[in-house]
Ligand binder design. Structure first.
Ligand code: ATP
Ligand code: MG
Length: 397
């Protein structure tokens, strides 16, 4: 058993000693069997939330209406969820209500894919009701039960299939993929924030080529915000994106540049996907820099405005789209910049006023010109030199 499971064993043992069942479930079991590292341990139990809260000293109600309680008694927090059956879906997204059940089989039956429907006892024994172990071995993604029903119930599962295909480098089995093609249009009913999570995990996964190829073959791409006109761009990406991108910003910048979006279109695109304003600003800067990097190095002022970190993301985007890798040049150029921030200019507004320049818009303009001239090496970042330059600028007006 991996260390994270060993550490969580006392939690399962406490629940079992009280007469309930408790299992490790979900991605941590799948990834453990695949020999991958795990990031969070999920526990499923027959005990109801109130019963769990009686068994442990320190708990937090993280999602009690869904049956989830966080147990804090053993240092790390462990999310424990009561077995549920989710039966009625009327809007293709979330179950109308959650029903707690006492049977593990009921709980596993509602899970999305066979590889995600494995449970593991505290002693390491695996419960495999849907032949998930065979699918894990064969690298297959297969819906639990009737795929048509499962995607009709919850259309997000189609994007989850795409995401796992990329993350795990697995094949979606034909019947499951066919059901995705049949239900692709239902993706439009899913909250875009939820689709976004899966899209980004797919693009950051091991083989985004696979994910994109499935999105194209099943038509899922048509139901993603602002993708409708982009079949050619997505097809090209499906050919060139041979490994996962490093960050969310890279992912969006790659899409935006591939789609040929300008500054304004990039903002609209990302607003439709409901990203944060910080992401929009970062992506715009990265797209601008990546566009230049496709044919040449960044000039000092461009690099200064973009910042070193974002310029490296821009380089990542440009390289994916076929440009030479300019990492070394960018790193050296960034190190050679005289300043990296406005606040490093060796002359302030106060200095200018003391030299007799009136406060007002002109003062700001002078400082902006000086900042640019320092960055581009036209004037030394030194008070006396900057003051002389400032007075020249003012007299020129
Ligand atoms: P990750 O490693 O990315 O966390 P995961 O498999 O743990 O992958 P989660 O989104 O954390 O994915 O979900 C935990 C488990 O809950 C899944 O393994 C699956 O059994 C179940 N699950 C999650 N979302 C759905 C869904 N939309 N429909 C059915 N089952 C789901
Ligand atoms: Mg998980």
């Amino acid at each position: 058993l991996p260390r994270d499971f060993e550490l969580a064993r006392p939690v399962l043992q406490t629940i079992e000693r009280a007469g309930y069942e408790a299992y490790f479930v979900g991605g941590s079991v799948r990834d453990t069997i695949l020999g991958k590292s795990i990031h969070d341990v999920d526990i499923a139990t027959s005990a109801y939330p109130d019963e769990i809260k009686h068994l442990f000293k320190r708990t937090v109600d993280t999602g009690i209406e869904h049956g989830t309680v966080m147990i804090l008694d053993h240092g790390t927090g462990y999310e424990t969820t009561t077995f549920r059956s989710e039966s009625t879906y009327t809007d293709f997204r979330r179950p109308d209500h959650v029903t707690f059940v006492r049977s593990l089989a009921e709980d596993l039956k509602r899970r999305d894919f066979t590889i995600n429907a494995l449970a593991m006892r505290e002693n390491g024994e695996v419960i495999d009701l849907f032949d998930g172990l065979t699918d894990l071995k064969k690298h297959h993604i297969r819906a639990v039960g009737d795929p048509q029903e499962r995607f009709h119930e919850d259309a997000l599962r189609m994007m989850r299939a795409v995401r796992f295909a990329s993350q795990l480098d697995f094949d979606i089995v034909p019947a499951t993929e066919a059901a995705m093609t049949d239900h692709a249009a239902l993706l439009a009913k899913i909250a875009v924030e939820r689709t976004q999570v899966e899209l980004l995990k797919m693009l950051m996964g091991r083989t985004p080529q696979r994910g994109l190829t499935v999105m194209l073959s099943t038509q899922l791409w048509r139901y993603c915000p602002d993708f409708a006109q982009q079949e050619t761009a997505l097809t090209r990406l499906a050919q060139v994106l041979t490994h996962g991108v490093s960050s969310e910003v890279t992912a969006w910048a790659l899409l935006s540049l591939s789609f040929g979006f300008d500054h304004g279109q990039t903002a609209t695109f990302l607003k439709h996907w409901k990203t944060s304003n910080q992401v929009i600003t970062d992506v715009q800067a990265v797209v601008t820099a990546a566009q230049i990097l496709q044919t040449q190095d960044l000039a000092a002022w461009q690099l200064y405005q973009c910042g070193q970190a974002r310029s490296l993301l821009a380089n990542e985007v440009a390289v994916i789209l076929g440009a030479p890798d300019r990492t070394t040049a960018l790193t050296q150029a960034a190190a050679a910049l005289p300043i990296h921030d406005k606040r490093e200019v060796a002359l302030t507004g106060k200095d200018l006023m003391q030299a007799g320049i009136q406060p007002g818009p002109q003062l700001g303009q002078v400082l902006a010109v000086l900042e640019r001239q320092v960055v581009t090496g036209q004037v030394a970042n030194q008070k006396a030199a900057l003051l002389t330059q400032a007075l020249t600028l003012v007299n020129m007006k």
